[in-house]
Design a protein around this ligand. Structure first.
Ligand code: PMP
Ligand code: GLU
Length: 389
């Protein structure tokens, strides 16, 4: 199987390598909150160490954490799940992959609206499934319609992956848009929906809606989420799936064979995140909103950048094809890969080419960093782009 390396991590490693040579590289490549994990969550982890939470936990995670996840799903999303339907894994990433491995057989098709996060296509390949991409460009705010999805459905379609708010586009599906997708899917009762809600709290258009709340889709939506983005806990590696019981059982079986539980201490920290005070989530959201406004303003001044204002997550995803064919000295910028490499070498700003997200006309910048770095980075990018002839 030809698996591509993760483009996000590849670019951030490249930036780190350059930085290690003494160059002043600003990395807007990998997307993770730059905030420290809130103190009450760190305290819970310290307490867990001292309290000897050092043994294997139940394979799908501590019951107390799965109960906390169920309370969260009820409180914030109005969804009813039981602890038996929750599996805790090493980040939302592992849960997405495990769900795909559990439901996708060789040759099964999985519908992936693109632009999509780099790992979706590769995870489907790991399961020997066939990723079927459905493209939505900036003119439709990067959101696919129910009609587009329906046109891609075949007898082999096993699942649809949705990500709202989206990485890389920041688009957020409205309740009406989700309702129309749910109504269409009512005609296809065998299609499972994987709803990646990892950015649910990072939104600038009010509360998001989970597609799992539509009754037409009862018992066939798998919600994927975790603590990485909402609580600035990327390195703790805690995510979960909330799934129909038979899928949760299959995922649990996989875990039992190849992961066992994930870190007991990190699980205790995640429990504190879900059950503790939630004002930290809103404080970080507000900071991201301010930075969104800042970077959008700066990026719109860059010639050749067609910027769609993102409604959520922490990325801008400008369409940059107006720059293709221009030259930096003798070197032609033929595509987004070339542009990302040029910006890294010329401006010392790391981004990620849209190609890995299924959008080769775009380029992604994460704005999960300080205002000062954003101003400096966008200034450098503008000067580098202005040099292109
Ligand atoms: N889904 C999306 C869309 C993401 O951007 C990420 C973060 N890269 C993940 C899932 C995985 O997050 P984690 O494994 O850190 O929970
Ligand atoms: N969400 C981040 C990104 O897309 C994390 C890196 C990854 O897991 O791909 O950059």
């Amino acid at each position: 199987m030809a698996l591509s390396p993760s483009a996000t991590f590849a670019m951030s490693q490249k930036a780190a390598d350059l930085k290690a040579t003494g160059l002043d590289v600003i990395s807007l490549s990998v997307g993770e909150p730059d905030f420290n994990t809130p103190d009450h969550i760190k305290e819970a982890a310290k307490k867990a160490i001292d309290g000897n939470f050092s043994f294997y936990t139940a394979v799908p995670g501590y019951l107390s954490l799965r109960e906390a996840v169920c309370r969260k799903l009820k409180r914030e999303n109005g969804l009813d799940f039981t602890p038996a339907q929750i599996v805790i894994g090493n980040g939302a990433k592992q849960e997405l992959c495990d769900v795909i491995l559990s439901i996708v057989n060789k040759g099964d098709e999985v519908l992936i609206p693109v632009p999509a996060w780099v790992s979706y296509m590769e995870m489907v390949k790991i399961a020997e499934g066939v990723p079927v991409t459905i493209y939505a460009g900036p003119e439709q705010k990067f959101k696919v319609t129910a009609e587009q999805i329906e046109a891609a459905i075949t007898p082999k379609t096993k699942a649809l992956m949705l990500c709202s708010p989206s990485n890389p586009t920041g688009s957020v599906y409205s309740s009406e848009e989700l309702a129309s997708i749910a109504a269409m899917l009512a005609k296809y009762p065998d299609i499972i929906v994987l709803s990646d809600e990892i950015y649910e709290h990072i939104t600038y258009v009010g509360k998001t809606v989970s597609i799992a709340s539509f009754p037409e889709l009862k018992d066939r939506v798998v919600v994927i989420n975790g603590v990485s983005k909402a609580y600035a806990m990327t390195g703790w590696r805690i995510g979960y799936c909330a799934a129909p019981l038979h899928i949760a059982k299959a995922v649990g079986k996989l875990h039992g064979q190849y992961t066992s539980n994930c870190s007991s201490i990190a699980q205790k920290a995640a429990e504190a995140a879900y059950d503790g005070p939630q004002d930290c989530v809103e404080d970080m959201r507000k900071a991201f909103e301010r930075r969104r406004d800042l970077i959008v303003g700066l990026a719109k001044e860059i010639p050749g950048f067609n910027v769609t204002v993102p409604d959520g997550a922490f990325y801008i995803f400008p369409e940059v094809s107006a720059l293709f064919g221009k030259k930096a000295g003798e070197k032609v910028i033929a595509n987004a890969d070339d542009l990302a490499m040029y910006l890294l070498e010329e401006a010392l700003v790391a981004s990620v080419s849209g190609a890995a997200f299924g959008a080769p006309c775009c380029i992604r910048f994460s704005y999960a960093t300080s205002d000062e770095k954003l101003v400096e980075a966008m200034g450098r990018v503008r000067r580098a782009v202005e040099k292109l002839k």
